[in-house]
Design a protein around this ligand. Sequence first.
Ligand code: PEP
Length: 232
Amino acid sequence: MIFAANFKTNHTRNSTKRYLDTLSEKIAAKKSEEKVYIFPPATALGHYQGDFTLGVQNAYPAQNGAFTGEIGLEQLEEFAIRTILIGHSERRELLGESQEKVAEKFAFFKAEGFEIIYCIGEPLEVRQAGDEAVSAYLLAQFEGIDTAYEKLIVAYEPIWAIGTGRSATTEEIASTHQTLRKTVSSPLLYGGSANPDNIQEIAAIENVDGVLVGSASLDAEKFASMIFGAKC
Ligand code: PEP
């Protein structure tokens, strides 16, 4: 089972260090098959020791260059970062990242051999239109993406469940992951208001190989309790 923490625009360099110290202590007894990923803000990237993989929430598909406000491969290499989140709905929606741009990033970081957690998810109106609409919407988010990439992890994150406290139902997750399983053989994560209270139920769903967690990951003890609470 994979447990990935997306801090988004939360935590500082100092609080990330404290977080990782606490988390490392708390997860010292976790099973080796439970893989932990931490995606702090770019300002908190560093050389940390521990039983987790540090990744980046975003980067520009270039070694370096004139891309004001962005970080590229050169900045990631300084911290030995080899894992990236691509396609998060907040970047698609708030920052206007098109499928074309997302696919360009994917191709660049794939060529560099990065492990990629690729996020897809539908808005509420699509979910309300039914399973077929959801499936068509999600499959369109694979346009330009090599779904056979061996270092791919897919995160299904319904937009209406992100940060809302309203997780998708067990049935919604199960049927969506079953559909996705026909297209990708990579690990499938669920994301959207996963927390210590629902982790056991989510972890038990077929074709759920892990979770991508926002709000509930911000506190190290809470996140650690999810890792132990999943009972997988
Ligand atoms: C996310 O944005 O990746 C996410 C899953 O957020 P939350 O857990 O807060 O819904």
